[in-house]
Design a protein around this ligand. Structure first.
Ligand code: HEM
Ligand SMILES: *[C@@H]1O[C@H](CO)[C@@H](O)[C@H](O)[C@H]1NC(C)=O
Ligand SMILES: *[C@@H]1O[C@H](CO)[C@@H](O)[C@H](O)[C@H]1NC(C)=O
Length: 314
């Protein structure tokens, strides 16, 4: 009884504190009446899964990016292919996305409490937020009310940025979706977590240029000696959300071309240096940019549905 009251107070505080975050038809109190436990179920599910395997935090954060950047934040990334449709998921550009089972698990637990109410798109957004925090990164608010989309096509994934884009191309690609150069650098800071496979950077090793530290070229070459799927951590602390990624860029030890280009280009170099110097500044800008990402082209009401199973259309 006492716990139940405490939970409602906490939920209410969430709503009140969250009021400034009500945007684009989304709101902090969206599930307050219909499924008050939703947020807590996602957080517990993510925390438990990441306790068992901390490397999955990177998977969940990247999942949000791939979901939102294609067709908006509508859980299109979760749909499985059918005999008539090859989904985004099966693109070579799905680039080894991980963490689908965590979303399925949270969805199943939520459906048991309040069936047909909480969208998969909201679960992805909350799970990414919880993954950042669980890896020692900042915490930010996620307003809710996204609907799940009905389209997921392999060909749409060509709109994902390639790791061979230079800084001006990255600025242009993200700029078309409303992101600033500062957002691009802050969001790239998500590469403080996780790994890239050799196939994503081996082209840089054939004729290494002066933007690459020579001993780091040796490191990457050694990684690739184990094959195309061999994994290279982006920085020395692959499970810790910190600013070590930006320090690595300053040492010319960025893994992807699209990482290193950020500190070679005047338009973004000062931002990289700022984050390498001041982690709090990185955290603050990252939160703002993630909130923007989480609200990208969201679908409301009749533009979508609330899927019963995140992998299949109702
Ligand atoms: C700026 C443009 C970006 C490019 C070109 C890019 C590209 C890549 C590539 C090629 C990989 C390695 C995939 C593999 O080899 O398996 C990767 C991994 C990753 N990306 Fe990005 N990315 C970008 C932006 C972002 C953003 C905005 C986020 C999230 C906010 C993000 C989060 C991640 C994470 C966490 C990983 C590691 C995944 C894991 O270890 O499972 N990336 N990215
Ligand atoms: C893409 O995802 C599918 C299904 O999850 C998986 O079978 C496939 O190996 C992935 N492709 C790559 C290149 O990671
Ligand atoms: C980035 O790439 C584009 C396309 O290849 C090229 O036109 C442009 O000059 C490059 N910019 C820089 C700063 O290297």
């Amino acid at each position: 009884m006492v716990r139940a009251n405490l939970l409602s107070v906490i939920m209410l505080m969430h709503v009140i504190i969250g009021l400034p975050y009500n945007v684009k038809g989304l709101s902090m109190g969206y599930y307050l009446m219909s499924c008050p436990a939703a947020e807590q179920i996602v957080t517990n599910t993510v925390n438990n899964a990441l306790q068992a395997d901390p490397t999955l935090a990177a998977g969940l954060i990247r999942m949000l990016f791939h979901d939102c950047f294609i067709e908006g934040c509508d859980a299109s990334i979760l749909l499985d292919s059918t005999k008539d449709n090859t989904a985004e998921k099966d693109s070579p550009a799905n680039l080894s996305l991980r963490g689908y089972e965590i979303i399925d698990d949270a969805k199943k637990k939520i459906e048991a409490r309040c069936p047909g109410v909480v969208s998969c798109a909201d679960i992805i957004a909350m799970a990414a937020r919880d993954a950042v925090f669980s890896a020692n990164g900042p915490y930010y608010q996620i307003p809710k009310g996204r609907f799940d989309g009905k389209r997921s096509k392999i060909e749409d994934t060509r709109n994902l940025p390639s790791p061979f884009l230079n800084a001006s191309q990255l600025i242009q690609t993200f700029g078309q979706r409303g992101f600033t150069p500062q957002d691009v650098v802050a969001l790239s800071g998500a590469h403080t977590l996780g790994v890239a496979r050799c196939s994503s950077f081996k082209a840089r090793l054939t004729t290494p240029d002066s933007s690459m530290d020579s001993s780091f070229v040796t490191t990457l070459t050694k990684t690739c000696s184990a094959g195309d799927n061999a994994e290279q951590p982006f920085d020395a602390t692959r499970n810790n959300f910190d600013n070590a990624y930006f320090n690595a860029l300053q040492r010319k030890s960025g893994v992807l071309f699209s990482d290193q280009t950020l500190s070679n280009t005047p338009a973004t170099r000062n931002i990289v240096n700022g984050y390498a110097f001041n982690q709090a500044k990185f955290f603050f800008d990252f939160q703002m940019a993630m909130q923007k990402m989480s609200n990208l082209d969201v679908k409301l009401g009749s533009q979508g549905e609330v899927r019963k199973n995140c992998r299949i259309l109702n």
